[in-house]
Ligand binder design. Structure first.
Ligand code: SF4
Length: 93
């Protein structure tokens, strides 16, 4: 199933990106700044998560983060941080 999702995401257009709930939001919430304190980054990630929770393409975005951009340490994908996506990958084996 994961491989199928990867195929669909990488072979299809990136049209889902144009439907993200974050399009009109502050981009700084979704691209965390490593220079910020951990507390400030956590606050921004929490604000981003609230937007992601109502996003119609949350699943596509999460899969993108997991499968296409697995090394992106500073972006929010599908409401998750890099650390959370690492945990998801570990859980999936
Ligand atoms: S899930 Fe979050 S980061 Fe991804 S497109 Fe939607 S709002 Fe943007």
């Amino acid at each position: 199933m994961i491989i199928e999702a990867h195929f669909l995401i990488t072979r299809s257009s990136r049209a889902w990106m144009s439907r993200g709930a974050c399009l009109d939001a502050d981009p700084e919430l979704f691209f965390l700044d490593p220079e910020d304190s951990a507390t400030h980054r956590a606050e921004k990630a929490e604000q981003a998560r609230k937007i992601c929770d109502i996003c119609p393409v949350k699943v596509e975005c999460l899969l993108w983060g997991l499968l296409v951009s697995p090394d992106d340490e500073w972006s929010i994908f599908g409401g998750t941080t890099y650390q959370q996506r690492r945990q998801i990958r570990r859980d999936l084996g």
